[in-house]
Design a protein around this ligand. Sequence first.
Ligand SMILES: Cc1ncc(C[n+]2csc(CCOP(=O)(O)OP(=O)(O)O)c2C)c(N)n1
Length: 186
Amino acid sequence: MRRFEATKKVMETIGDELVVCNIGHPSQELFQIRDRPENFYMLGSMGLASSIGLGLAMSQPRKVVVFDGDGSVTMNLGTFATIGRVAPANLVLVVIDNEAYGSTGFQTSFTAGKLDLAGVARAAGIESVTVVDAEDEIVPTMRRVLGEHGPHVVLVKCAAGMPDGVGVIPIDGLAIRDRFMATVRG
Ligand SMILES: Cc1ncc(C[n+]2csc(CCOP(=O)(O)OP(=O)(O)O)c2C)c(N)n1
């Protein structure tokens, strides 16, 4: 299973949740899999999808699902401390752990070595941390966490790589922002 397949499975479980997605190829894949105004494709700010999602979860009642990458979470490890402390019940952080910096050519990342992101999340006080390494575990795991009070971290172990033919997102950043904000405001 690669990030694409994992993202597809997570999106099978998404109803009206707000979705914030990691920079680069993860957002391009999500756009191809299932574009919707409730998706916020983060086009800059590597490392900050989880922080944007946290702020969103704190400021409105809808559930927020964040797709982040292991490389990006590693750049912002403090995000676990903040999520653990603030503990928003409506936040699900899905970390796609492909042990690589995918968007820039799949250079090996820290989780290919000794870094245990699930361990860091638990040590930061996040009680619900689930590691998933089989594609068919994703839907039941997401259904469970979406039905329970969070915050939740779901770490999906994936292979590096992506399908051919995933193009750039044909909507500019301001339009992505504006349609997302309109949805959030209801
Ligand atoms: C501050 C900063 N450093 C580097 C980059 C270049 N960059 C964009 S995406 C990316 C890799 C992200 O890897 P990861 O979060 O693990 O996600 P993946 O693409 O592997 O799913 C890098 C290095 C950037 N945009 N900003």
